[in-house]
Design a binder for this molecule. Structure first.
Ligand code: NAD
Length: 278
């Protein structure tokens, strides 16, 4: 079994981006908007800002209180949309419950939408056009590609249909000529569906849900899940120890998909800046 080492590949990508940015006359900049004080969001934002600094992207941090009004967040996003020195806008999700995230995401111009969540970019990807793709699915595609795994004609099974992982990933796989099945909580005969997969991707959020009997011999298995196991340690959606005996390729958790997600945010930001720099 070959470990799909997202930590190593993400480091490689960050180094490539650092070199590219060092040659740019105007450095890329990313505006990060955080509303409220969700502890997990705080950690993610800190990680993203640190990663930006490493590759030479300028990060601008905007914080609003938990009780910020819809209008206040909208005004901030609109002003960032207009600022010519801002290449990317990242609205850290989830937002406090009283805010309409879809409406705010819709205010991010598609060329600055480096998270790939705005309706225009989602639509472009759905149509198979060139758009900015969501970072986790993009990171999974990049990780598999860098290990020489091709998609054309392969049977790919995605478990999970969320807006941020499952759905966009299914579209990216389809755009690369895979034959795609999307499974979810209402799927009948999930095990049989999974066992047909050449590429199996688990984005469920349930500890060690995918067991060896659900995996085809020689499959590439990607574990997107981040769960806190009963022993208190981080674990994925895949039973790593069992599945490693059958899979040809497998991602670890942590160190698989997570670092790739941040690397793709950086790449989306650098590419947005390149386009704006002409
Ligand atoms: P979500 O809760 O929005 O979606 C989970 C999906 O799993 C749903 O579509 C649901 O239908 C499906 N599901 C639930 N139970 C199922 C079952 N018994 N059988 C089949 N399908 C089932 O979650 P999400 O935001 O897509 O995240 C999924 C996991 O990935 C979480 O653990 C999350 O923390 C992790 N995640 C990791 C990264 C990363 O960068 N590594 C990024 C995003 C999400």
């Amino acid at each position: 079994m070959t470990l799909l080492d997202g930590k190593r590949i993400a480091k490689e990508i960050r180094e490539e981006l650092r070199l590219k940015v060092s040659g740019m006359s105007r450095k890329p900049s990313l505006a990060v908007v955080l509303v409220g004080q969700d502890p997990a969001s705080e950690i993610y934002v800190r990680g993203k800002i640190k990663a930006c600094e490493e590759v030479g992207i300028r990060s601008l941090s905007y914080r609003l209180p938990t009780d910020a009004a819809q209008m206040q967040v909208e005004e901030l996003v609109k002003s960032l949309a207009e600022q010519s020195d801002v290449d990317g806008i990242l609205l850290q999700l989830p937002l406090p419950k009283h805010l309409n995230a879809e409406k705010i995401l819709g205010l991010i111009p598609f060329e600055k939408d480096v998270d790939g969540f705005s309706p225009v970019n989602v639509g472009k990807i759905a149509l198979g056009e060139d758009g900015i793709s969501a970072c986790t699915p993009l990171g999974i595609m990049e990780l598999l590609s860098r290990y020489g795994i091709c998609f054309s004609g392969k049977r790919a099974v995605v478990i999970g249909r969320s807006k941020i992982v499952g759905r966009p990933l299914a579209l990216l796989l389809l755009n690369r000529d895979a034959t795609v099945t999307v499974c979810h909580s209402k799927t009948a005969q999930l095990k049989e569906e999974c066992r047909r997969a050449d590429i199996l991707i688990a984005a469920i959020g349930k500890e060690r849900f995918i067991t060896a009997d659900m995996v085809k011999e020689g499959a590439a298995v990607v574990d997107v899940g981040i769960n806190r196991g009963q022993d208190g340690k981080l674990c994925g959606d895949v039973d790593f120890d069992g599945v490693k005996e059958k899979a040809l390729f497998l991602t670890p958790v942590p160190g698989g998909v997570g670092p790739m997600t941040i690397a793709m945010l950086l790449r989306n930001t650098v590419e947005a800046a390149e386009k704006r720099n002409g």
